[in-house]
Design a protein around this ligand. Sequence first.
Ligand SMILES: *Cc1c(COP(=O)(O)O)cnc(C)c1O
Length: 401
Amino acid sequence: MSQFQANGDQLQLNGQPLSLVRQHAGQTPFYAYDRSVIHQKVRLLRQKLPAQLKFHYAVKANPMPAVIHFLAGLVDGLDVASGNELREALNTEMNGSHISFAGPGKQKAELTMAVGTQTTINVESFNELKLLKEISDELGVRARVAVRVNPDFELKSSGMKMGGGAQQFGVDAELAPSMLEKITEYGLHYRGLHIFTGSQNLNPESIITAHKGIFELANRLQDSAKSDIETLNIGGGLGIPYFPGEKPLPLEPIGESLEPLMQQFYSRWGNCKIAMELGRFLVGDCGIYVSEVIDIKHSRGTEFVVINGGLHHHLAASGNFGQVVRKNYPVAVGNKMSQSKDKAVQVVGPLCTPLDLLANKYELPKIDIGDLIVIYQSGAYGFTASPRDFLSHPQPVEILV
Ligand SMILES: *Cc1c(COP(=O)(O)O)cnc(C)c1O
């Protein structure tokens, strides 16, 4: 993968050979994240997208504390999806005024944390808004709220749809005006609007169309708001390539289309903060998942490479996290980078299920026991998005290099 180099046989992460990275981890399997790749992604966004656009890190993509703290020094805000994520976000140099909290089913204790710390709460329902009024009264602190809107259009070609049609996320665009009224009636602090349409999109045209829809909707809704808009969160959705044939998303056309949309919005509503919230795009390609070959078996003409990691650590790479058809993540032998391919093998984990398949008919150099199998594009929705207790195997560790 182009974000990493190799030195002879050794894959390199942030200038360190994999053999050294493995010593840092102290065991296999492990996840390793390269901070230079994260930094490069932030630089790319700032170069190619409008200068006034702010970037938030969506913590759930990779909530390893070291990663959150590193990103807190590079981005303009953090988005959290639970009270525990909020606590860690508050442990960084950011305070509540740079943090927003989204997600259906927020509980009273979580909302109380958010109100008390002046975190912006992206409200997902009328019940939640009422609870926020009660908490504000109890604490004597006005909740800072933004309306998460389920748009009246859909994002095409996104890997995971998060808006449009019937959704558990946000309030339907048609109901947003009455929520805006309620915010005024309850005396809460109106921050603005949050419109998130979908995730893992590699098609710039469909992202541009979504942005046009988002700004059109935001203009329409702000017309019926009683207070000024302070923040407009236009969601994220920028994808990264995982599978053969997928290419990195070109950012230039997205930036060119956003610039006039933002300028029109400012001219109409004054200088509010317009932010994009990104998880996968910021951290997805900084990460590798590394496990060790513990057995090599042959069955009726097929070679099975058995590793000490598997779907319990990396559900997405096994194809069981939202994929419709299983496809291979990019894989390499991290200690044989200069060796040519030998034959196609099955890379399988130690679980007692045929679903524990990490690479299907994948051409790799000749494998020996002890080799390090590297799965790329593993920095987002890996470690914490996997059923790590399934079969009670040892846990992987995470490091940031
Ligand atoms: C998960 C999530 C994100 C991040 O999505 P990515 O595809 O990882 O960029 C952004 N906003 C909200 C509200 C989310 O729930």
